[in-house]
Design a protein around this ligand. Structure first.
Ligand code: CTP
Ligand code: MG
Length: 207
């Protein structure tokens, strides 16, 4: 366990593409968000669980704090930040919808921040050819597919969220204020559950 490191698990999405809040589906006897929280647990002192407004008041085992999320992922991260103690130096943000992330990946991003980065994100090389809808193929050697868990210097993450900016991940916000973002080796099977097919695949991999 790392002192002065806390985690935020964002679990307040509605799962519009899935058809329901996918983070509450059960996978091999545990909810998807429990798998996500457990990957964090060995590496952090405390975990903030950010849940949909209508789940507030329900027991959330393994969480040090439970807060209601916002209308967007960025707003939900900000809600989580409000429950992280001020003394905390490193914050790890993780999607509840990624049940396959391993504790070793959490350790890897934390280590990169300890070594001086403002932010560390897992990235995978892109294997498909990526074509723009406007036409033209992007140079895939210059692209990485970014995952969570993402680790941050706490002060930088808080500053990046000032003014309530929006982005699909927090590293983009850190970069927007001039912070350094390091990419570590991602975990190939750490995909995000987006559709019911993803849930089936995750079940097979955890079985
Ligand atoms: N999330 C959140 N608060 C929001 C939106 C998303 O906490 N307002 C969380 C989701 O619960 C998920 C993670 O952010 O763990 C990544 O989001 P995504 O995969 O897009 O989940 P949803 O937004 O729930 O799905 P969809 O976009 O299909 O509606
Ligand atoms: Mg979403």
């Amino acid at each position: 366990m790392s002192e002065n490191v806390w985690g935020i698990v964002v679990a307040a999405g509605s799962g519009s593409r899935f058809g329901s809040p996918k983070q509450y589906e059960v996978l091999r006897g545990r909810r998807v968000l429990d798998w996500a929280r457990q990957a964090m647990r060995t590496n952090v002192e405390g975990v903030v669980m950010v849940v949909p407004e209508d789940r507030m008041g329900k027991l959330e085992p393994g969480a040090n704090a439970v807060v209601a999320g916002g209308a967007t992922r960025s707003a939900s991260v900000r809600a989580g930040l409000s429950a992280v103690p001020d003394r905390v130096e490193i914050i790890v943000v993780h999607d509840a919808a990624r049940p396959l992330a391993r504790a070793s990946l959490v350790a890897l991003v934390i280590e990169a921040v300890r070594n001086g980065a403002d932010a560390a994100v897992p990235g995978l090389e892109v294997t498909d050819t990526i074509r723009s809808l406007d036409g033209g193929v992007l140079d895939r050697s210059q692209l990485v597919a970014v995952q969570t868990p993402q680790a941050f210097r706490a002060d930088v993450l808080r500053r990046a969220h000032e003014g309530e900016p929006e982005a699909t991940d927090d590293a983009a916000l850190v970069e927007a204020i001039g912070g350094t973002v390091v990419v570590v080796d991602g975990q190939p099977d750490n995909f995000k559950i987006t559709t019911p097919t993803d849930l089936k695949i995750a079940g097979l991999l955890l079985g």
